[in-house]
Write a protein that binds this ligand. Structure first.
Ligand code: PLP
Length: 427
């Protein structure tokens, strides 16, 4: 498609966009009397207007039924998590038996590592990306120490090559082969939070399996952003949060994927709790943990219904639209942001702002990461003051994530105009 950096072009794209009306289904923050340009769905998604109604329904049922709501609420709380499953399975590309919503992201990863990181003297190494999200790094370090190994020895970090920002997949594959005899796990972010690089999870999984290791992914920046096929790619396990692209509110419940190959193995080591116990016998209050088959067998506690009600409001929107249509809009929307950004920045040869996210659309989701060169954080502050909500990641990156559900081509055009004004006053 040939883009033009004009308001008329942007508005024409919005007119042709069959998802455009979803924008109205979200609350757009108004700060200092002005509706902001919101490009931070990769950090905290906007609130679906329907969320309040979904939560109120559960509050009403609680008022009406008290504890009986577990069985008599409109959506009985005892099985509330189950109504989140069809949409979650669609979004990550899984069988329904392979997913469940529970706990939160890092907690879930620890629980999955209990099952899928079982190092011994021979196989104890984990291959992962350099500069991974700190929480994931702390997960690796503490899991490795928990098993009596040394993180410095056990973690093999794959870095971008000298002077580059992105990781070559060939370097990951080479490291997997090189360490095949000692490798326990390949663990990557599906989309890297910092650069926005999307990894070929199928290829990494195949390579891990060839090496006799398992493959797990943190989907925090992939879920609801790019099409996923966890089952077909034969991934062993994955986890995600729902407050970023899935718009479920701060710190809300996360989700996990456990491949049926493992989920059907009730002998697999895990930490138990009553919500993972055989649900026919859960309330018999007996000894001896008997895990359910499927991802549900990793649940520990009863489900936080109020938060899940918000997630349900958002998942209903995702399920209605479908990931294919979202991706079909996301690709040109992000490409348009790239075009407008470069068009503006090219007019200011003295100022260096560089997009470090892959140019290849197959290697990225909706996010573009911009590296500030020769400018500092005050540039980001100026953007914020001008009504652009993006985010800054130390030491020098601004992340912009136009989401196909509630961002428009006009948002992108208006961002370009603000950028132009700012750069004028800077140069
Ligand atoms: C957002 C994010 C987290 C946050 O973890 P929580 O346990 O939900 O606080 C972890 N890892 C990655 C890669 C993230 O993007």
């Amino acid at each position: 498609m040939t883009f033009e950096n004009t308001l008329a072009f942007a508005q024409e794209q919005d007119k042709q966009d069959e998802l455009a009306h979803y924008r109205e289904q979200f609350h757009h923050p108004v700060i200092n009397g002005k509706e902001v340009l919101y490009f931070t769905g990769n950090s905290l998604g906007l609130q679906p207007k329907s969320a309040k109604e979904y939560v109120n329904k559960e509050l009403d049922d609680w008022a009406k039924w008290g504890v009986e709501g577990h069985f008599h609420a409109n959506n009985p709380w005892v099985s509330y998590h189950e109504i989140l499953t069809p949409a979650s399975a669609h979004i990550v590309g899984a069988n329904e038996s392979e997913v469940v919503c529970m706990n939160s992201l890092t907690t879930n990863l620890h629980l999955l590592f209990v099952s899928f990181y079982r190092p011994d003297a021979k196989r104890f190494k984990i291959i992962s990306e350099a500069k991974m999200f700190p929480s994931d790094r702390y997960l690796l370090e503490t899991q490795i120490r928990h098993h009596g190994f040394d993180p410095d020895e056990a973690i093999i970090e794959i870095s971008p090559r000298e002077g580059e920002h992105l990781i070559h997949e060939d370097d990951i594959l080479a490291a997997i082969e090189e360490n095949a005899d000692e490798l326990a796990l390949v663990f990557f972010g599906g989309v890297n939070y910092f650069t926005g690089q999307l990894f070929d999870m199928e290829k990494l999984t195949k390579a891990a399996h060839r090496a006799g290791a398992l493959a797990g992914f943190d989907l925090a920046h992939a879920v609801g952003n790019v099409p996923l096929k966890m089952h077909d790619w034969d991934v062993d396990f994955a986890a995600w949060c729902t407050y970023k692209y899935l718009n479920s509110s701060a710190g809300n419940v996360g989700g996990i994927f456990v491949n049926d190959r493992h989920g059907n193995n009730t002998e697999l080591n895990r930490f138990g709790g009553w919500w993972g116990h055989n649900k026919e016998r859960r309330f018999l209050m007996e000894n001896h943990f008997e895990p359910m088959t499927g991802a549900e067998g990793w649940q520990i506690s009863n489900a936080p219904v109020m938060g899940m009600a918000i997630l349900k409001a958002s998942l209903d929107i995702f399920f209605e639209v479908g990931m294919d249509k979202l991706r079909a809009k996301s690709l040109p929307l992000t490409a348009y942001l790239e075009f407008v950004f470069n068009d503006v920045v090219d007019q200011f040869p003295d100022i260096q702002l560089e997009i470090i996210t892959p140019e290849d659309a197959d290697k990225r989701g909706c996010q573009l990461s911009v590296k500030l060169i020769g400018t500092d954080k005050s540039f980001f502050q100026a953007l914020t003051d001008a009504g652009v909500i993006a985010d800054f990641r130390e030491p020098d990156v601004i992340r912009l994530a136009p989401t196909p559900l509630y961002n428009s081509f006009e948002d992108v055009y208006l961002f370009g105009e603000i950028l132009k004004t700012l750069l004028k006053s800077w140069s």
